[in-house]
Design a protein around this ligand. Structure first.
Ligand code: NDP
Length: 261
């Protein structure tokens, strides 16, 4: 997806995948700097551990406590979190989130990024629905202390009934990720209403059971590919200054997921 954008824009750049062992993370980060890289993405399991090897953090990355994108600026390594920003860019193609009520399933890395960026973008309230009490409570405290949004926790120990006032509903859990493609969120299906935008972070497969159920109820839906493309767009902009063409990237991503590349 990223190299498709580089080719499309005629950039003399590469985006390569490297497996890095946990104990080699510091060496790998210093190596990227030594080799003159413009930056890099880092993924699970390094999103938190990488903080110890950076010179600075963007404000939202500091709040989220995780970094998925590192940018070399004037010889310094700056950590960004583009996951939540990518989600917001995707959401904004459908709706302005300011003043709205967000219901967010999950409290892991993706949920933290989405919650913090949405709250900083002016969402009025975030309801965190999470199975594990402590993880959910920690996210709610973070939102209350550091963002203007109100926040509440619902411990997810029974099918959840979405409030009619919810405008944006997001699955930020790993439920539905391949190979568990038919896994469903424990929600009361009749509480899905047509005025809700229902989004899923799952990129593979993008058409999750949640999105199928939501579409059947008349909701507008957003798949996880939009978030994935948008976080990559933000990374490319940080590293090269280019606002890349998203349709080229989405096509390349779909081809890769469908085994056509
Ligand atoms: P984490 O492991 O940090 O968090 C997983 C979350 O899912 C936790 O809140 C966990 O709840 C919840 N969860 C998992 N299984 C269940 C279940 N059976 N029932 C209820 N809750 C469950 O993962 P991440 O946040 O990093 O990633 C989550 C998903 O987001 C992944 O599938 C990943 O592919 C996707 N993702 C997509 C991106 C995109 O650009 N589209 C970007 C980043 C991630 P609990 O706390 O109770 O354990």
């Amino acid at each position: 997806m990223v190299e498709a954008a580089y080719r499309h824009h005629g950039l003399d750049a590469r985006y390569i995948n490297c497996d890095v062992a946990a104990e080699a993370l510091g060496d790998a980060v210093r190596g990227a700097l030594a080799m003159g890289w413009a930056g890099f993405n880092c993924s699970i399991p390094h999103k938190v551990a990488v903080l110890a090897h950076l010179d600075g953090l963007a404000p939202s990355a500091e709040l989220i406590g995780a970094v998925n994108c590192v940018v070399v600026q004037d010889g310094e390594l700056i950590g960004e979190n583009t996951d939540g920003q990518g989600f917001l860019a995707s959401l904004r193609t459908l709706i302005d989130p300011s003043g709205l009520q967000l219901v967010l399933f999950g409290a892991g890395g993706a949920a933290r990024a989405i919650a913090v960026e949405s709250a900083l973008a002016g969402v009025a309230s975030v309801t965190v629905v999470n199975r594990d009490h402590d993880r959910g409570a920690e996210l709610v405290q973070l939102l209350r202390r550091h963002t203007p949004a109100s926040a509440e926790l619902v411990v997810w120990d029974r099918p959840y009934r979405l409030p009619e006032s919810a405008s944006v509903v997001v699955n930020a859990t790993s439920i539905g990720l391949a190979p568990n493609v038919d896994a469903r969120l424990q929600i009361e299906l009749d509480s899905l209403a047509p005025q809700m935008v229902v989004a899923d972070v799952i990129p593979n497969p993008p058409h999750t059971a949640l999105l199928r159920d939501a579409q059947a109820k008349g909701c507008v839906t957003l798949d996880g590919l939009g978030m994935l493309v948008n976080q990559a767009l933000l990374g490319i902009e940080h590293w090269t200054g280019i606002a890349a063409e998203p349709t080229v990237m989405r096509t390349a991503l779909e081809d890769a997921l469908n085994g056509r590349q």
